[in-house]
Design a binder for this molecule. Sequence first.
Ligand code: MV4
Length: 452
Amino acid sequence: MQKILIANRGEIALRIVRACNELGIKTLAVYSEADVESLHVQLADEAICIGPAPSKESYLRVDRIISAAEIADVDAIHPGYGFLAENADFAEQCASSNIKFIGPSASVIRQMGDKAIAKSTVQKAGVRTVPGSDGPVETEAEALKAAKKVGYPVIIKAVAGGGGRGMRIAHNDISFAKEFHIARHEAEQVFGNGSVYIEHYIQNPRHIEFQILADHHGKILHLGERDCSIQRRHQKLIEEAPSPFVTPDLRKKMGRAAVKAASAAGYENAGTVEFLVDEKGDFFFIEMNTRIQVEHPVTEEVTDIDLIKKQIGIASGEHLQIDQKNIQFNRHAIECRINAEDPARNFAPSPGTIDLYYAPGGHGVRVDSHVYGGYTIPPYYDSMIGKLIAYGSERKTALSRMNRALNEYIIRGVKTTIPFHRAILRDPVFRSGNITTSYVQEFMSRASSDLF
Ligand code: MV4
């Protein structure tokens, strides 16, 4: 592998540039007119502008990205996360242009992108899934029958959904009919595919995902879990590894299930297997993400494995040299997503110029960010300024380092989620580790908003 095109922007583009620099691989950045001043453009070996600011005219333009790849004669494309990362057609076009797509095959992306197919694929392999309809439900009568069978409350999910979009909850037959039609309509509007399926709704679960790595030679490893229960409106705010809830025994069981799921899918490269875990510790597969995720650094800091380098190695056809038994989970890492949003105003986006910037550092602190003093956060993309990761030998150490680092972080000119993270870090409920997907809502209702 000699040259890689990075089909992304922001912190993940920079993260990929850094991995390539360490591997001695040349980089080609592609960028929109809004990102001329971006650090990933400045630090890449070459850069090509692919269009105007809106993503649809730049970062989502398959034709322009493939043209840039051909002009610069790259060997591979790294899609990062978001944008084209889980677009099977894009992966297919890369393959037919003789460019390696750094990720799983187009057919695996397509299969796992259909959440009903993903579910039945892993179910057949013996991995437990949430009780629900047998695949998509077509008519209201069929849907109602499935809802009655699995028992209320139920959740109606879009087959083309994932990540929480297009989901509706129903508590009885009467609300079910209404929610079913809303879900179908929304799915059709948002995804252009109105197909939905039904699951029993697990109340207050933990959202725990497993990182997996699979090479092209049949070896599949899991790198342990990340607890992503701290989310707000399906946007993760804080992720940590290991999960304070997962015992070594549960980790073994869930890790085996994750590897089985990846194997059933014919998975290659880095991926994430998502589970819901109930208070008893029973766990259920819900979906698989076929990309590198935002929160990958917590796994890197716990296992000391560079996931981006592994993705590139796997795409080059290298064998994974590590064995499962040698992967240790002796460190604790936590990540806070620092967004340009105003927590006191319902997390309203706060784009603009950062007129003073000082990032924390020191022992056990990592900052993955593309911003700098004087940088203007454009309004066209997501509002992430960066990720602050703190780690140590145990959870307590990681938490005190995170607290210390949040206090050091200076970002002037835009509102950020830093004060909100500070408030959570002080919260005894969070500190206890007894956290579920309801945590943020519950915290907001009891915390005074002048805390952030
Ligand atoms: C669920 C669930 C409860 N029961 N499925 C959210 C993200 C997506 N990957 C799947 N999600 C969920 N699936 C069953 N069967 C709870 C969630 C969920 C959630 C649902 C509604 C509102 C907020 C939520 C936050 C986290 C997880």
